[in-house]
Design a protein around this ligand. Structure first.
Ligand code: AMP
Length: 414
């Protein structure tokens, strides 16, 4: 009996060769924009101590309560596949004493993340994010630049129907008193709210703004909003961010109900949506997290950053893949001299493909056309080489491998 076939786990997918070029194009554009602005690449481990996320992301968030892939390793440690990138990067900032570097430290990443969510179009259990973090200053220019860089990446990738929503959450002190005001308002309207919202009134009343429940939505339409409760310096900070976005010609909609599903945000928050995406319309978002580094055991260090979903960008962007790598030489022939020519040509820096499927000479010639080879070398087992320049159709015998390689190099540079 044949063994049963296996499938990739629910909510995961294989990156097949057909889609690899589009992902590569995304990476190269993001890299050019971010490294051009002085951001440096960082990669942190795929798993971390569970405590990093319960402390960093917040014990009451959906991510920590319901969505983490947590396991105990053979040494009895509780570990979690990272559900997001900001807490790990702040952990790395503290662990490697990056506060002694020139500030702010500007980092970017492109990595896989894991959340046990309901899998659907645009929502996966393993997904990729491209993200950027600027740690070490609370200058409003950082908030504006973060937004401008993500905007530039999405625009250059041709992501359709983009809208930017912007808000400010104030500092944690403002939020604490606002939370009490909101909780009191929710309690006063308890009978019209959904049971889940009622259960979270004390834990996280802000999440009531996210609810789909009709009664809750009606109540929330008249709820007090945080932006009206901002302290003077937070209001000024937000105004400075907005002035810079206006100066850069970046349009946004103020959204006083914008709450993000992570507890570490303070002051500026933002989210980009694409109307091409349907239900899962968020392409990327982020904000300022001035208390996070301290919460993770470091000195008081403000920071600001964002993450954008690679799958959602690819779903909403025009497909503009990079051209495939050119094939300079296709070596027709399966003997030792053919292999030696391929090795010498590669050492000289040429892109070479060799015959690996035992095709006939005719089949090999077709394969050379399929891969778009510039030259074809027919190599016999006695070492004789006939070199064909595919562009002009001319063939000539080459006196040896080195001569053939020199000829191709000359031809390539003409
Ligand atoms: P968040 O860290 O939740 O703000 O996510 C930032 C971005 O990552 C979102 O705007 C999405 O584009 C993407 N994202 C978050 N969760 C998922 C998921 N489960 N599947 C695919 N993309 C996701």
């Amino acid at each position: 009996m044949a063994a049963p076939k296996l499938q990739a786990p629910r909510g995961t997918y294989d990156v097949l060769p057909e889609v690899a070029p589009a992902r590569l194009a995304l990476e190269s554009i993001a890299r050019r924009v971010l490294e051009g602005a002085g951001y440096e690449r960082i990669e942190t481990p795929v798993f971390e101590a569970t405590e990093l996320f319960s402390r960093g992301v917040g014990a009451s968030t959906d991510i920590v309560q319901k969505e983490m892939y947590t396991f105990t390793d053979a040494g009895g440690r509780s570990l979690t596949l990272r559900p997001e990138g900001t807490a790990p990067i702040c952990r790395a900032y503290v662990e490697h004493g990056m506060q002694v570097r020139s500030q702010p430290v500007k980092l970017w990443y492109l990595s896989p993340f894991f959340r046990h969510e309901r899998a659907q179009a645009g929502r996966f259990r393993q997904f990729w994010q491209i993200g950027a973090e600027t740690i070490g200053t609370d200058d409003p220019a950082v908030d504006a630049e973060s937004i401008a860089l993500l905007w530039a990446i999405l625009a250059e990738l041709g992501v359709g129907g983009i809208e930017l929503r912007l808000g400010s959450l104030g500092t944690s002190a403002t939020r604490a008193s606002y939370r009490e005001e909101l909780a009191a308002y929710l309690r006063a309207h308890q009978q019209r709210l959904s049971p889940e919202v009622v259960a979270r009134i004390d834990l996280n009343p802000l999440r009531a703004f996210d609810a789909d429940h009709p009664g809750t939505r009606e109540v929330m339409a008249d709820a007090p909003v945080l932006m009206d409760a901002l302290a003077a310096e937070d209001r000024e900070h937000f105004e400075e961010v907005r002035k810079r976005l206006d100066a850069a010609g970046i349009a946004y909609r103020l959204d006083p109900t914008l709450v993000r599903g992570l507890d570490y945000y303070a002051r500026t928050v933002f989210e980009f949506t694409s109307d091409v995406l349907g239900a899962q319309s968020a392409v990327g978002g982020g904000g300022r997290y001035d208390g996070l580094v301290e919460q993770l055991g470091g000195p008081h260090t403000p920071g600001c950053g964002w993450a954008a979903g690679v799958e959602r960008i690819l779903l909403s962007a025009e497909q503009r893949p990079l051209p495939r790598a050119v094939c300079d030489l296709y070596v027709a022939g399966t003997g030792v001299p053919a292999f030696a020519l391929a090795a010498e040509a590669r050492q000289a820096g040429l892109n070479v493909q060799v015959e690996l499927a035992g095709r006939s000479r005719k089949g090999q010639r077709k394969q050379a056309d399929r891969v778009g080879a510039g030259f074809v070398a027919v190599v016999e087992d006695d070492g004789s080489i006939v070199l064909e320049d595919v562009v002009n159709g001319e063939s000539e015998a080459a006196p040896g491998a080195s001569a053939a390689v020199a000829h191709i190099l000359k031809g390539r540079h003409l």
